[in-house]
Design a protein around this ligand. Structure first.
Ligand code: CA2
Length: 154
């Protein structure tokens, strides 16, 4: 008899450069919430959704690429705010495409209301979807959408 598929989904949350400064600098743009608070929010939301959340923040493009490669063995989904690498990194885009792990892109700010250079995302084309502009709620909404996709839609 085939065994029941595991109900719990393992999700890797990736935070890109400078997001470690959240809540400490520029609260006018990115709000007062810290990265630690966002990670806690995601862990709690994950418990409600039957998802195990692991988080990584790095200011280094290669570390983010390595984390995406390593996710193949451990995680069923990726939630990513690549920060400024969103607009520059073909390497992160290629890594997501290479591992074929369903990925949701999130942004705290509405990148389309900001400078023109933020309007293009290299990640959008390889993500299953994007949520932008809701502050820390973008992460919660992104996690809900990703887990729903993995549990129901996929
Ligand atoms: O809105 C987002 O989530 C962004 O990904 C944030 C990036 C920005 O480059 C993207 O265009 C949009 C920047 C993250 C920088 O975070 C800071 C936090 C506190 C103080 C300074 C920067």
């Amino acid at each position: 008899m085939l065994s029941e598929p595991l109900r719990f989904k393992s999700i890797l949350v990736l935070h890109g450069p400078n997001l470690n400064l959240l809540g400490q600098r520029e609260p006018g743009i990115y709000g007062a919430v810290t990265l630690e608070q966002i990670n806690r929010l995601l862990t709690e939301e994950g418990q409600k959704l039957q998802a195990l959340v692991s988080t990584v923040q790095s200011n280094h493009e290669g570390v983010l690429v390595d984390s995406i490669h390593a996710a193949r063995k451990e995680h069923q989904g990726i939630l990513i705010n690549a920060g400024a690498y969103t607009h520059t990194s073909v390497a992160i885009r290629d890594a997501i495409a290479a591992v074929s792990i369903p990925t949701v892109e999130v942004h705290l700010s509405n990148i389309y209301q900001r400078e023109a250079f933020r309007h293009h995302s290299y990640i959008a084309a390889v993500a299953i979807g994007q949520i932008s502009g809701f502050g820390a709620e973008s992460y919660r909404l992104g996690l809900q959408a990703l887990v729903h996709y993995l549990q129901v839609a996929k």
